[in-house]
Design a protein around this ligand. Structure first.
Ligand code: C5P
Length: 313
């Protein structure tokens, strides 16, 4: 087999296999439109990856099967885990009997709206596409990704993209975000479907909001989205989880705003002017015992697309 080299800063070869960085995301904007006949909603969202990331080590094993271990023992190691599902799906697609050892180092909080599971799944598809020399195109991988979850395809086109449809139609952007952020992590697991259940569609308002976001993109101005975060799952999330509302209110009482919501929650994000302000704000939120707060940064990538390829290409 060829020596494997991963041509992206998020990938590395080891003597045994591949190490990948699977980054978290936030939604710079999230506009949910109408409910569809398949039970999903059409949406328009701009997503961007962060430096905060999980690490995945994937190597061939002697025994058949997918041996998944995770640094967080409360996460499932079987087909309930999206990494497992991604490996099984790609294996089935190319008629491969998987024999894999996968180690997942979880750093992204789970069920927090930061896309950790989806990012892990996308990284698994990219890695196995090369490890098994499947040579599927990005589009083919993307349609497999969409079977795993609505926001999995985005991670094949990171660091910044607009996603539409139910989230699976991805338009990568060359724009980049530079501001530091504070992430506030309520100790809460939010099932996405529950928040959607509290959502009342308003197509007219939704279309107007999409037009505003597209105007900001046309002006090359992601900052405009960040400083006035639009997320119409915010109200439903606050209704369903009053704990998030209480945390938001306490942050705002400290004079800190704006406060945005990552996806359907529970993580809140606060765009900051500079590193010093971000550190100060995180310290104030932690000292007031509101919730765990940390400084975060956007993915510094200038090149598009996470990529994995053979050395001889
Ligand atoms: O696709 P994913 O598994 O991430 O979706 C989780 C749940 O979120 C879906 O079962 C659905 O209830 C809701 N959802 C939706 N419309 C979307 C994406 C997700 O209603 N575009």
């Amino acid at each position: 087999m060829d020596a494997l080299v991963l041509n992206h800063r998020d990938c590395d070869t080891t003597s045994k296999g591949i190490r990948l960085t699977a980054r978290a995301k936030i939604n710079l904007s999230l506009i949910v439109l109408d409910r569809r006949s398949d039970g999903y909603h059409n949406l328009h969202t701009v997503m961007a990856t962060l430096s905060l990331a999980d690490a995945l080590d994937i190597s061939p094993a002697n025994d058949p099967g997918i041996d998944l271990t995770c640094s967080n023992p409360s996460l499932p190691r079987d087909k309930q885990n999206l990494v497992y599902q991604a490996a099984a799906l790609l294996a089935q697609k190319i008629g491969m009997e998987p024999a894999l050892s996968i180690r997942l180092q979880k750093n992204i909080p789970f069920g927090a709206g930061l896309g950790g599971g989806s990012s892990d799944a996308a990284a698994t598809l990219l890695a196995l596409n090369r490890l098994w020399s499947a040579n599927l195109s990005r589009e083919e991988l993307s349609s497999l990704a969409a079977e795993l979850g609505s926001d999995v395809p985005f991670f094949l086109y990171a660091p910044v993209a607009v996603c539409t449809g139910r989230g699976e139609q991805v338009r990568p952007l060359s724009l980049r975000c530079r501001r530091p952020l504070v992430l506030v992590l309520p100790n809460l697991h939010v099932p996405t479907a529950e928040v959607y259940r509290y959502f009342q569609p308003d197509t007219q308002r939704g279309s107007a909001a999409v037009a505003e976001v597209e105007a900001a993109l046309a002006d090359d101005d992601l900052d405009r989205l960040l400083v006035r975060p639009v997320n119409n799952l915010f109200e439903p999330a606050l209704q369903r989880f009053p704990q998030i509302a209480a945390i938001k209110q306490r942050i705002e009482k400290l004079g800190i705003s704006p406060v945005g919501l990552c996806g359907s929650g529970a993580t809140l994000f606060i765009p900051c002017d500079d590193e010093e302000q971000a550190r100060k704000r995180a310290r104030s939120i932690n000292q007031a015992n509101i919730a765990a707060a940390m400084v975060a940064h956007f993915d510094p990538a200038t090149e598009p697309f996470p990529e994995v390829r053979h050395a001889d290409h």
